[in-house]
Design a protein around this ligand. Structure first.
Ligand code: PAZ
Length: 322
């Protein structure tokens, strides 16, 4: 009976996902994105990496917006800065992975964490001969940002794809996942983006700016289909999948992370609490719940986290190949 119910739930989610994509506004640049993905994956899959073909990870980062009008003036947003995704990307590259970085426009970028928030204006100065010079105080940060980023991109190890809305995010994620299918178990998904749970379906969305003259706004949001199931079952069934669970109530965090692990058949779920997310996360797998801390004020929690995930990914590949 349980099996039947479970199959019904899977079919229902696939159906909801299909309707979501059918009614979503057309993704601009879909052909160009597909072309970049095909080239990136072909090029990287022919390289040798840690214990076999070079591994490719899709890191998602930042929050998705929910437009309230088709000619969008207002939208719902969330807190995500993209720090987790950007930092993790650097550690994955350092560990020998190639990275497809699916990020929210305007959020934190790999290798730019040490730069000030307004980097161009604060990092440079105009010299007396009108040439542009780097401020001494920012020289190290600028050098490492330019060097790290240039190396990763010029060697073809980093592909950056931006999104803004929930519609763009899910359409690009589907393109990435289906393109990565050929990589089999060498593919990893690291889904750190804060993805909206609710949205306004395109066909029921106001076309023009919503007017305030008619009084308080009464709006019903639909639930975004749970694409993690679809990713695992249809788009990339042999990839190693890591999702994130954020809560503000620590009492329910582990329970929710455990439920996500089972329900979406993730290989690992990273549980984190809003205010402590930069200091500690809990890596939840079928066999354990492991606390992962940052070592000190100068280090990042992503360093030990990525190390653990790379080990788990290696075990997964070895077990599948055995
Ligand atoms: O982007 P950031 O560094 O500010 O925060 C990271 C995070 C909390 C968005 C991420 O660790 C996470 O938990 N993402 C999934 C959020 C969710 O439950 O939808």
């Amino acid at each position: 009976m349980d099996v039947v119910n479970n199959l019904d739930a899977v079919d229902e989610t696939s159906f909801q996902a299909k309707s979501f994509f059918e009614s979503a506004p057309l993704l601009k640049d879909a052909d160009s994105i597909s072309g970049k993905l095909t080239q990136f994956i072909l090029q990287n899959s022919s390289l040798t990496g840690i214990e076999g073909p070079r591994r490719v990870v899709c890191v998602t980062s930042g929050g998705t917006t929910v437009p309230l009008e088709q000619r969008c003036v207002r939208y719902i947003d969330n807190f995500s800065s993209g720090h987790r995704g950007a930092t993790s990307t650097e550690y994955f590259l350092k560990s020998g992975y190639s990275v497809i970085f699916l990020y929210r426009r305007g959020t934190c970028q790999p290798y730019c964490r040490s730069l000030p928030d307004d980097p161009l204006l604060e990092c440079f100065k105009l010299a007396s001969d009108s040439s542009i010079q780097v401020q001494e105080s920012h020289a190290e940060a600028v050098k490492s940002a330019i060097g790290g980023h240039h190396d990763a991109v010029s060697q073809g190890y980093l592909l950056k794809l931006p999104f803004t809305t929930i519609f763009e995010y899910l359409q690009i994620l589907r393109l990435i996942a289906t393109s990565m299918k050929i990589l089999g178990p060498s593919a990893l998904f690291y889904l750190a983006a804060a993805v909206s749970d609710f949205y306004v379906p395109w066909e029921s969305m106001a076309v023009h700016k919503i007017q305030s003259a008619s009084g308080p706004l009464d709006m019903r949001l639909a639930q975004v289909p749970k694409m993690l199931s679809v990713l695992r079952k249809e788009w990339a069934p042999t990839a190693f999948c890591v999702s994130f669970k954020l809560e503000t109530d620590t009492e329910i965090l582990l329970e929710k992370a455990g439920a996500a692990l089972k329900k979406y058949k993730m290989h690992a779920v990273v549980a984190n609490e809003l205010s402590t997310r930069k200091e500690v996360v809990i890596l939840v797998t079928e066999s354990e719940k492991k606390l992962v801390y940052r070592e000190n004020n100068q280090s990042d929690v992503e360093s030990p986290l990525i190390k653990l995930l790379v080990e788990k990914h290696s075990t997964y590949i070895r077990d599948l190949n055995a």
